[in-house]
Design a protein. Structure first.
Length: 325
């Protein structure tokens, strides 16, 4: 699938989701770009902002099988992956696959379940497979995880460990809607006379795979690749950070910037694409020093500051010349 087709499908998907999700176009664009780049999405924001609705609507428009699991403190790993169950009729153990065997898996309030259960997703997210009683089972293709997390409540929650956070390509914040957007949310709810909001399927799983393949065939200028490496490298030397972004961070930076460029209808990546995705890709991979944490410094602020100091490439093939960052 060429760039124009991918961009056209992407616009139709976003337009359809926008019929039920108001005021989240930029966030949904990054979420869709993450899917096209083969990654997983973490929505982190206060409850009631439409994160679950956005994930469900995106799955429906993409034509992917969807499963939602409400995470709780007593959830077990087998509740996600599945387990072997004894069948008295056959006197054998049979495998009952868990909800993770789907196209798009939503782990709602993932920080409400214990780290042992959170880690059950590590193999699924990294290898697209699940091990049950020593046997490995492949997951559907495509397979993506979207998780939600509540950052303001600490009672009965378990912060995601760094290894788990690193598996998510992006961490996205929805934010409170503008007044006009919130009025529109209420108007639409009153107009449809029911709680449930429906969206129509736009593409199917086969088309999603073709879109992902189309993104993979877009070349990225070596100078843009170098810019991504320079940004990730700068986080490793920053005095306010104990741990900077790993090579997985720089890789995800270039992959997501490429997907964003394709959704914009371009077959080339410009530095502005990298800047657009830098905070969602890098911020959750950074660990602050105790002094920086005590001073209420945010990783997002560190990435934003680096975007103003790390020089970008002066020119990119296929694009108009731009000034260094």
């Amino acid at each position: 699938m060429d760039v124009a087709e991918v961009a056209a499908h992407g616009a139709r998907i976003l337009d359809e989701v926008a019929t039920v999700v108001v005021g989240m176009r930029d966030t949904l664009t990054l979420a869709l770009a993450t899917v096209l780049a083969g990654g997983h999405v973490l929505f982190e924001d206060v409850p009631g902002l439409g994160k679950t609705l956005a994930a469900r609507s995106l799955a429906t428009t993409l034509g992917l099988d969807f499963a939602r699991l409400q995470c709780t403190p007593d959830l077990l790993p087998a509740d996600i992956t599945g387990s072997s169950v004894y069948d008295p009729a056959t006197t054998r153990f049979v495998v009952r696959k868990g909800p993770v065997f789907t196209g798009l898996f939503l782990a709602d309030e993932i920080n409400r379940t214990a780290p042992k259960t959170q880690s059950a997703l590590l193999e699924a997210m990294a290898e697209r497979q699940v091990s049950i009683d020593g046997t490995t089972y492949p997951l559907p293709h495509p397979f993506h995880v979207m998780a939600t997390s509540n950052p303001v409540e600490y009672e009965g929650t378990y912060p995601l460990p760094e290894a788990q956070l690193d598996r998510f390509m992006v961490r996205l914040g929805v934010g409170y809607p503008a007044r006009d957007h919130e009025r529109e949310v209420l108007r639409r709810r009153l107009a449809r006379h029911q709680e449930h909001a429906d969206v129509q399927q736009v593409v199917d799983a086969r088309t999603v795979l073709a879109m992902q393949a189309g993104v993979e065939h877009v070349e990225v200028d070596p100078d843009v690749v170098g810019y991504c490496v320079d940004l990730a490298s700068a986080t490793r030397r920053h005095p306010a950070l104990e741990v900077g972004a790993s090579p997985r961070g720089s890789q995800n930076l270039v992959l997501l910037a490429r997907a964003v460029a394709v959704l914009d209808g371009r077959d080339y990546v410009v530095p502005e694409d990298v800047k657009r995705v830098a905070v969602p890709v890098l911020a959750h991979r950074l660990t602050l020093t105790p002094a920086a944490w005590a001073n209420d410094l945010r990783p997002e602020s560190v990435v934003t500051a680096l975007l103003g100091t790390v020089p970008g490439p002066p020119t990119v093939a296929g694009a108009r010349p731009s000034q260094p960052a």
